[in-house]
Design a binder for this molecule. Structure first.
Ligand SMILES: Nc1nc2c(c(=O)[nH]1)N[C@H]1C(S)=C(S)[C@@H](COP(=O)(O)O)O[C@H]1N2
Ligand SMILES: [Mo]
Length: 259
């Protein structure tokens, strides 16, 4: 779907000044799907935006680079937890995750839970992308998974929902604190944001997050929660964990880890 903006010059300049000044604010009213095309048209229309403004309008919506099979790393390492140390997770793994259900709740019209088969029935996407860890390593891998946007269509987020929180199975310390992460709705609806159940054409290995891990391709590795058990839509993450939006964020990492 291409949207041809028909905006008279005065209004157009006003919009561009607004963009340069306020960045994303202007985007709020537009339809989610049509925004990208609209801005690409504006940007390609020869308009001069400041570099900062251009970055603001393009970076959140743009696609992460995708690669070919030939680019794939021979080995995709595991980082952080490689096998969650919890009896519940170990029981699920022993049964090949047949009893697994992904719970989706919070600010949604229709809370739901999904078996792996149901997740595989959702519209999917396959992508070969580069994973960048904040610790300084990268790897190119192939991911296949359910589009998070398709799952959200089922549960129908309420208008006040602003973030998607992923709760994971792995305890991170003796206190039992489990890994968690969060993203905003912009990333949740991004076409490359998938709940991956396959890596490199195989069922997702335990070391890489079985049975489900999220891919958020324009951010660093720690955003890509593995071992996801539950998803919650919230208006604020202030009361979750230590309030910074993720396990590593609570230790001082940035919440928005753009690449
Ligand atoms: N549940 C959970 N998710 C996690 C982590 C973790 O320890 N637990 N580590 C994160 C980090 S820092 C990175 S780089 C990637 C590593 O993914 P990989 O194990 O597939 O390489 O997972 C991220 N997601
Ligand atoms: Mo990482």
């Amino acid at each position: 779907m291409m949207i041809e903006p028909r905006i008279e010059p005065g209004r157009r300049n006003f919009l561009i000044r607004m963009l340069a000044a306020g960045g994303g604010l202007l985007l709020a009213g537009c339809d989610r799907l049509s925004r990208t095309e609209w801005f690409v048209n504006v940007l390609e229309g020869g308009e001069k935006l400041s570099h900062a403004a251009q970055h603001l309008v393009t970076s959140r919506k743009s696609m992460a680079q995708e690669f070919t099979e030939a680019d794939m790393s021979p080995f995709f390492r595991s980082n952080g937890t490689s096998n969650p140390d919890s009896p519940q997770y170990q029981a699920l793994a022993e049964n090949g995750f047949t009893d697994y259900r992904l719970e989706v709740s919070g600010l949604v019209e229709q809370a739901a839970s999904f078996s792996l088969a149901e997740l595989r029935d959702l519209p999917s996407r396959t992508q070969i992308t580069r994973h960048d860890c904040v610790e300084g390593w990268s790897a190119i891998g192939k991911w296949r998974g359910a589009k998070l946007s398709a799952l959200l269509e089922h549960v129908r987020p309420k208008p006040e929902a602003r973030y998607v929180v992923f709760y994971c199975a792995d305890p991170m310390d003796e206190s039992g604190t489990q890994y968690y992460e969060s993203i905003d709705m912009e990333d949740a609806y991004h076409p490359q944001t998938i709940l991956a159940y396959e890596m490199n054409d195989q069922p997702l290995p335990i070391a890489n997050g079985a049975p489900i891990r999220v891919r958020i391709e324009r951010q660093l590795g720690y955003k890509m929660a593995k071992y996801i058990m539950r998803i919650e839509l919230v208006a604020s993450f202030a009361s979750i964990g230590d309030g910074k939006g993720g396990y590593w964020e609570d230790q001082g990492y940035e919440w928005f880890a753009g690449i």
